[in-house]
Design a protein around this ligand. Structure first.
Ligand code: COA
Ligand code: AMP
Length: 248
C-alpha cells in the first residue's frame, strides 16, 4: 500500500510560525488526515496554512517508542527540577559546563541574535561546540509519526500513565527518532509562555520536568547533544530524511 507524508504548517500575518504537524499514513487515510490537520491549524487562528502531501518512496524504519517517566517530586522549585534534569544529562556523560551552557542557551533563546530558532541546536558533549550550519534555523527532526495501527494504543497508554497533553505525545515521538538517529541526549522546552513542562530524552527514556521554565517566558528550544567527532552531514540526513514509524 502507498504511504504518504502529510504536513501542515500555519503562520500568522507576519509569516511567523504558529504550528506544524506531520503524519505518515496509508493512502486511504490521506483525505481524513488533511481535514484533521486543517482543523488543528485553525485552532491557532492562522493567516496562512500550508499543506504538503508527498509520497514516500523509501522503506519505513520501525522504532520502539521511548519509555516515559516524570521527574521524582523531591523539590518543587525550578532550580530543584533543573538539578534533576542535570543529573540525567551528567549520567549520559555530558560535561557539566556543556549542560550549564545548554540551559543558558534555552533561557536566552538559542538563535544567533537571541530569540527562538526554527529547529534544534547540535551541541558537542565535551567541548560544547555548536555544529548546526545555520544558528537561526537549526536542525529539524522530520519524517516521523506513530505507526497508524498504534496511534490509539499510545494515546490510551499515555493517558493511563497521567500524560494526556498532546504536546507530550508529539515531543515523545520526535525524541524517539532523534535518539534513534544518533543524538546522545536531548534537552528541550517550549517557547509557548503558558507551557512550562520540559524534557530530557536519553538512553531509551523520555523524562518530563514540570516547571523547568518560568511561566510567561516566550523563549525555548531544543538542544541535541552529540559526539565530539559527529559526522554532522550524515546526522542531519538521518534526522531529516529517513522515514520512521514509532511503535508501542
Ligand atoms: N518551527 C519554526 N518554523 C518552522 C518549523 C518549526 N517547527 N517548521 C517549518 N517552519 C518554517 C520555517 O520558516 C521553514 O523554513 P526553513 O526551512 O528555512 O526554516 C518553513 O516553515 C518551511 O519549512 P519546511 O520544512 O519546508 O516545512 P514543511 O511544510 O515540510 O513542514 C513541519 C514541516 C511544519 C511539519 C515540521 O517542521 C514540524 O513542525 N513538524 C512537527 C512534527 C511533529 O510534531 N510531529 C509529531 C509526531 S506525531
Ligand atoms: P515547541 O516545543 O513546538 O514549542 O518548539 C520549541 C522549539 O523547538 C522551537 O522553537 C524550535 O526551535 C524547536 N523545534 C520545534 N520543532 C522541531 C523539530 N521538529 N525538530 C527540531 N527542533 C524543533
Amino acid at each position: 500500500m502507498n504511504i504518504y507524508s502529510v504536513r501542515m504548517r500555519a503562520t500568522d500575518g507576519q509569516g511567523r510560525h504558529l504550528s506544524g504537524m506531520e503524519r505518515l499514513i496509508f493512502e486511504e487515510d490521506v483525505s481524513m488526515t488533511l481535514q484533521a490537520l486543517y482543523q488543528r491549524a485553525w485552532h491557532y487562528e492562522p493567516h496562512n496554512v500550508y499543506i504538503t502531501v508527498e509520497k514516500i518512496d523509501q522503506e519505513i524504519t520501525v522504532v520502539p517508542v521511548l519509555r516515559i517517566r516524570s521527574e521524582i517530586h523531591t523539590s518543587s522549585s525550578r532550580s530543584g527540577v533543573r538539578n534533576q534534569a542535570r543529573e540525567i544529562l551528567l549520567d549520559a556523560h555530558i560535561e557539566m559546563d556543556v549542560i550549564d551552557y545548554a540551559f543558558s542557551l534555552l533561557d536566552q533563546g538559542p538563535a544567533a541574535g537571541g530569540g527562538n530558532m526554527r529547529g534544534a541546536v547540535l551541541l558537542t558533549k565535551r567541548s560544547g561546540r555548536r555544529l548546526e550550519p545555520d544558528k537561526d534555523r537549526g536542525v529539524r527532526t522530520l519524517r516521523v509519526d506513530i505507526h497508524p495501527e498504534d496511534r490509539e494504543r499510545l494515546h490510551v497508554a499515555l493517558v493511563q500513565q497521567g500524560f494526556p497533553h498532546p504536546r507530550t505525545q508529539d515531543a515523545l515521538i520526535l525524541a524517539t527518532k532523534t535518539l534513534w538517529a544518533g543524538v546522545i541526549a536531548e534537552l528541550g522546552w517550549s517557547d509557548d509562555p503558558d507551557y512550562t513542562t520540559g524534557f530530557v530524552a536519553t538512553k531509551g527514556t523520555y523524562w518530563r520536568f514540570e516547571g523547568i521554565k518560568e511561566a510567561g517566558v516566550n523563549v525555548g528550544g531544543r538542544i541535541y547533544f552529540v559526539e565530539e567527532d559527529e559526522d554532522t552531514a550524515e546526522l542531519i540526513k538521518r534526522l531529516q530524511q529517513i522515514p520512521i514509524w514509532v511503535t508501542v
